[in-house]
Design a protein. Sequence first.
Length: 77
Amino acid sequence: MVLDGAGNLYVTDQGNSAIRRISLQGAVSTVVGGSDIGFADGTLSAARFTNPAGIAVDGLGRLIIADTGNQRIRIID
């Protein structure tokens, strides 16, 4: 889990290979992934993950994801 500068909580949903955002109001939304597992770079709707585990936010506000199933570090900006 990690908080962004606006206070949104981001979590990895390993079982569904997705990244979720929980707003300050408690609304849960899917940022990326969740429909098909695999490996694909691209837009948020096209990108795919396999078992994302770690997550961080860098100084520019980008999400850094440890995509363990694909043995990759991924960046969402």
